[in-house]
Design a binder for this molecule. Structure first.
Ligand SMILES: *Cc1c(COP(=O)(O)O)cnc(C)c1O
Length: 381
């Protein structure tokens, strides 16, 4: 039987304004990285209180740029949480370095600073702190656990999030954001590096453009047309298009509105669902501004009336999409086979992989959608 309504786990909130925004690049013919990307970067840097923002093709490539610009390579270790999207660990391997997985806290889903302290060694060159689902990692505790080690923020889910009065993206040496449609604001695919470090920014700038030491834009507008760029670094093509930059500018303008709306419905979920003893609500520590990229609950295996997967199937039958929060990297085939991990090596990540459940929270849901989800979950209880 067809359910009375279907609610997707996520839907990007794009529309007329984004549609109009792509007209100008299409009509002028300036399609690749140019004035729209520059304007998007400037606005993004201002919103996240950093000196530099550099657009890239994704958060994955933004992270790769940062690690490459930090000269991380073979023989180096980078600490990465074991419960995160696989890209966070993959970028370390792209550099020929070794990802060292640290466990996560089951209530915040973020890095456990005590395990970070245990995993730091003489080869540790950086820590990638993930702000999972929009909640900032406890940066102060991580810094205290690993004094002097640079922190790179994986802020894929954390556009507009905050920690102790500072925005995500301004908490470490550098940060990487995502504009994939599953995130709070989108450009289709896309990413952004933020940093206050001018030299690091300049290296990222060159690396994203084949290692060229002057930009395409300078080449087109500069007074010396005979100048070709210098290529002194092994770079990549990780440039964002101006079509995406134009969309990003519109989306960024709407970011705080998106988060405020998500916050209201997160409060509604919490008010309606916290009486269910086996469904743990996402944690919101004092001093944090949650960006609510996802609303991720934890299904207590000892108290729930059925296993998480059975619950997810029942919700799907009713037209409600859910997903596991994300995956445990050490339980994925490539990492398991290459590094010989077993699930119990990182028990926090293992449990989050098995028991986390994301329920729909995005900017294209109606009041009736939220009510329907709450009623369905109460009936399961
Ligand atoms: C989505 C996500 C990424 C990857 O972002 P892309 O823009 O798709 O490359 C990386 N890390 C985390 C934590 C993510 O959620």
């Amino acid at each position: 039987m067809k359910p009375p309504r279907t609610i997707q786990i996520s839907l990007p909130a794009t529309g007329e304004e984004e549609w109009q925004a792509v007209r100008e690049p299409l009509m002028t013919g300036w399609l690749t990285q140019g004035p729209k990307v520059a304007a998007f970067e400037k606005a993004f840097a201002e919103r996240h209180q950093v000196k530099h923002a550099l657009a890239a093709t994704s958060c994955t490539t933004a992270l790769h740029l940062i690690l490459a610009a930090m000269d991380i390579g073979p023989g180096d270790e980078v600490i990465v949480p074991a419960f995160t999207w696989v890209a966070t660990a993959n970028v370390v391997l792209y550099c020929g370095a070794t990802p060292v997985l640290a466990d996560v806290d089951r209530s915040s889903f973020n890095l456990d600073p005590q395990d970070v302290a245990r995993k730091v060694g003489p080869r540790t060159k950086a820590i990638i702190a993930v702000h999972l689902f929009g909640l900032c990692a406890d940066i102060d505790a991580i810094r205290a656990a690993a004094p002097g080690i640079p922190i790179v923020e994986d802020a894929a889910c954390a556009a507009g999030s905050g920690y102790r009065g500072k925005p995500a993206g301004a908490l470490g040496t550098a940060a990487a954001f995502s504009f994939h449609p599953r995130k709070s604001i989108t450009t289709g695919e896309g990413g952004m590096v933020t940093t206050d470090d001018g030299a690091l920014a300049e290296r990222c700038n060159q690396l994203r453009n084949h290692g060229a030491s002057i930009s395409e834009e300078q080449r087109h507008h500069g007074p010396r047309p005979y100048l070709l760029p210098e290529f002194n670094l092994l770079g990549f093509n990780y440039r964002m298009t101006d079509l995406q930059g134009a969309v990003g500018l519109v989306q960024l303008k709407r970011l705080d509105e998106f988060i405020d709306e998500r916050q209201r419905w997160a409060d509604f979920y919490r008010a309606e669902l916290s009486a269910i003893p086996w469904l743990r609500m996402p944690s919101t520590p004092a001093g944090s501004r949650h960006g609510w990229q996802s609303f991720v609950c934890y299904v207590d295996p000892d108290r729930a009336p059925m296993p998480r997967n059975a619950l997810m199937e029942k919700l799907q039958e009713r037209g409600i999409s859910t997903r596991p929060g994300t995956h445990a990297v050490h339980m994925l085939g490539y990492y398991r086979d290459r590094f010989g991990y077993s699930p119990d090596d990182l028990p926090g990540a293992r449990d989050c992989d098995r028991h986390s459940m994301s329920i729909p929270l995005h900017n294209r849901m109606s009041e009736a959608d939220y009510g329907y989800i709450v009623d369905a979950l109460k009936e399961m209880a």
